[in-house]
Design a protein around this ligand. Structure first.
Ligand SMILES: [Zn+2]
Length: 214
C-alpha cells in the first residue's frame, strides 16, 4: 500500500485514466481553471448537497486535491472515502500508478476521522437531544413508549447500521423522520441533530487543514 515504486500494471484502469486526465488538465495553464471549476461542482463541499450515494474515484480526487491544494474538493473526496467500505482503498492493492501519492499520514487521518464519525453517530443513536428545561417523561410519552419507538425506528429498521460510517446523511435522515413526540420535543431533537451535523461537517475542515497547508 505504501510502496515507493508503484506498479504500472493497472495504468489502464478507470481510476488511473481519471487520475491521469484530471492531473493533465490541472497541470495546464490553459485548462486548469476549468478543471478546478468542474471538480468543485462535481465534488461539492456544501453540506446541503450530499446525497447518500458515494461518488466514484474518491481516492483519485483526494490525491489530486491534495497535490493541487484544492480544499473544497478535498473535503468532499475525503468524506466519500470515509463513508466507503474499506475506506475506498481497495484500489491500492491493484498497484495503481498514483499509489505512492497516498501516504501513511493520509491513512492515519482517514482511520482516526472515521473513528470520530462512528463514535459521534453511535452517541447520537443512544442519547437523544431533549428540551433543556423540561421533565421529559411527563411531557408527551412515557419512557417505555419512547424507547420502544426509538428501538423500532433506529435499531430494528437497520438505520443505525446503514449510516454508521455516514453520520452526515444519517443525521439528515433523523431530522426528516416522523416523530411521535410533542412539538416541543420534536423541535429540540431536530435542532440538536442539526447542530451535531453542522459541527461534524466543520470538524472535517479542521482535520484537513494541515493536508493542504504544506
Ligand atoms: Zn414532549
Amino acid at each position: 500500500m505504501f510502496s515507493e515504486q508503484p506498479s504500472k500494471s493497472e495504468s489502464d484502469s478507470p481510476g488511473s485514466s481519471y487520475y491521469s486526465a484530471m492531473h493533465s488538465q490541472l497541470s495546464s495553464c490553459t485548462t486548469s481553471p476549468f478543471a478546478v471549476r468542474h471538480l468543485e461542482q462535481h465534488w461539492s463541499s456544501s453540506i446541503d448537497d450530499l446525497p447518500p450515494i458515494p461518488i466514484p474515484f474518491a481516492l483519485e480526487t483526494f490525491l489530486l486535491a491534495k497535490k493541487f491544494k484544492l480544499p473544497s474538493v478535498l473535503k468532499r473526496a475525503f468524506y466519500e472515502l470515509l463513508r466507503t467500505s474499506g475506506l475506498g482503498l481497495d484500489v491500492l492493492d491493484l498497484g495503481v500508478p498514483y499509489e505512492a501519492e497516498f501516504t501513511r499520514q493520509d491513512f492515519t487521518l482517514l482511520v482516526r476521522t472515521r473513528e470520530k464519525l462512528d463514535a459521534t453517530w453511535t452517541k447520537v443513536t443512544i442519547v437523544q437531544p431533549q428540551p433543556p428545561d423540561m421533565d421529559l417523561w411527563t411531557c408527551c410519552m412515557s419512557r417505555e413508549t419512547q424507547r420502544a419507538f426509538w428501538d423500532s425506528a433506529v435499531f430494528e429498521s437497520g438505520l443505525q447500521i446503514r449510516f454508521l460510517h455516514d453520520p452526515i446523511c444519517g443525521l439528515m435522515e433523523l431530522e426528516h423522520m416522523g416523530l411521535p413526540y410533542c412539538d416541543r420535543c420534536v423541535v429540540a431533537k431536530r435542532r440538536g441533530w442539526e447542530e451535531v451535523r453542522i459541527s461534524l461537517w466543520s470538524y472535517l475542515d479542521e482535520v484537513l487543514a494541515p493536508v493542504v497547508a504544506h
